[in-house]
Design a protein around this ligand. Structure first.
Ligand code: GDP
Ligand code: MN
Length: 391
């Protein structure tokens, strides 16, 4: 689950990390009020940032500065409703604009091969790290946190010096360690600060000082661990979840949309992958990965069917069920029910083997479904049906 910048920043603040103040606005008027508050309490300018779950908002025109409340309202009005990489902006973050001296990159992520949290830092912040990893891999500093003890002080210091943050050693060490703590506290799989910025500020006596702050924040949480953090589920942004993803999640289905034309309904992740492979080998393109899970009942089958058919590209469906805990007849009943209410008719090929396969076969035959005995046959029939529909 990806968090919006503002929510990610809330988690960073809870871990004691330095983040400039902010406020979230849903309308230009709210943005004006927020800007007014920051501008009358010392900020020379405010920054207005699109809150959408994609990177590169800056380049897309979704991060802008204003020096008056009216200016902030006008900019918020332009950013709200904007489309950034297919996402509609529904809210903006407003905060005092930072006076940036230099931008760095710092992220903590799970290194699965090493089974540890990996810290990656660079003095070349602000740009896309993937690009830099290709063009200038030496510019990226890496340190693995200790599995039990987290990031050790000497590692954090090494990282900070190697990134060129020797002048801000204490803050850099605290931030690097804080990112690892954020990872473990919330079971995150990525905590990325880009830019981590040295900013110029005036202290209480009016003297210019430099400070290290997290200007942007991106956090993704491990979905499998969300049950351990009930409060974090509230941070899921309903504006950003595709309707089919939400329906799948609520129905307990594992669903990943793909680009092809053949909808696949399968039980078990391994069988779902195999089914996709066989569809490909038969010359077709799967429209999705969909695992209805073990012991799937009729209502879950119906939900899966709705989700598959909601994709206008789908012109054939392949159902492949290996009954273990899942009972074939239950799935067959679900398919029959689903077809009775579905809004769009597309050819469907069904293969059900295992527990109660015979009962399933009898039900499907009575309901005049196209069935297949083997998986190869099912894939071939589904691909032929898809081609026929496309022709
Ligand atoms: P992203 O493009 O989606 O990663 O959004 P960021 O929050 O990282 O902002 C993109 C860029 O906008 C940053 O790299 C900064 O150069 C600039 N930026 C962001 N916030 C501020 C700010 O408060 N003041 C100034 N001057 N620039 C900012
Ligand atoms: Mn950024």
């Amino acid at each position: 689950m990806k968090l919006q910048e503002a929510d990610a920043k809330t988690l960073l603040v809870a871990q004691g990390l330095p983040v400039p103040e902010w406020s979230v606005a849903h309308t230009a008027a709210e943005a004006r009020d927020a800007a007014d508050r920051f501008l009358t309490t010392g900020a020379g300018k405010v920054v207005i940032k699109a809150q959408v779950l994609v990177g590169g908002r800056g380049k897309a025109g979704g991060v802008r500065l204003a020096d008056t409340p009216d200016g902030a309202a006008a900019i918020a009005g332009q950013i709200l409703g904007m489309d950034i990489k297919g996402m509609t902006v529904r809210k903006v973050l407003v905060g005092p604009a930072a006076d940036i001296v230099k931008e760095f990159y710092l992220a903590a992520l799970v290194d699965r091969a090493e089974r540890r949290i990996l810290l990656m830092g660079s003095a070349e912040g602000g740009v896309e790290i993937e690009h830099m990893a290709e063009t200038n891999p030496e510019a990226i500093v890496r340190r693995h946190a200790h599995a039990q003890l987290g990031l050790l002080d000497f590692q954090a210091r090494e990282l900070a010096f190697a990134m060129g943050l020797g002048d801000h050693l204490k803050a850099a060490v605290a931030i690097a360690k804080g990112l690892v703590r954020t990872m473990t506290t919330y079971d995150a799989d990525l905590v990325e600060i880009n830019p981590l910025a040295v900013v110029r500020e005036l202290d209480a006596s009016g003297t210019e000082v430099e400070r290290l702050v997290c200007l942007d924040a991106k956090i993704t949480l491990d979905d499998s661990a969300l049950a351990r953090h009930p409060g974090l589920e509230d941070l899921r942004d309903p504006d950003e979840e595709a309707p089919e993803d939400r329906e799948a999640r609520e129905a307990g289905l594992t669903f990943i949309k793909l680009d092809g034309t053949i909808g696949c309904m399968v039980n078990g992740a391994g069988l779902a992958m195999t089914t996709m492979d066989l569809v490909k080998r038969a010359g077709g393109e799967p429209a999705n990965f969909l695992d209805i899970g073990g012991g799937a009942r009729a209502d879950r089958v119906a939900a899966a069917m709705r989700i598959i058919l909601a994709d206008p590209k789908v012109n054939a469906i392949l159902v492949n069920i290996f009954g273990g805990i899942t009972r074939g007849d239950e799935v067959a009943r679900g398919l029959i029910e689903a077809r009775a209410v579905q809004e769009r008719d597309v050819p469907m090929v069904v293969r059900i083997v295992g527990t109660n396969a015979e009962e399933a076969a009898a039900l499907l035959e009575a309901a005049q479904f196209t069935t297949a005995a083997s998986l190869d046959e099912a894939a071939a029939k589904a691909v032929a049906a898809s081609r026929g529909a496309a022709a």
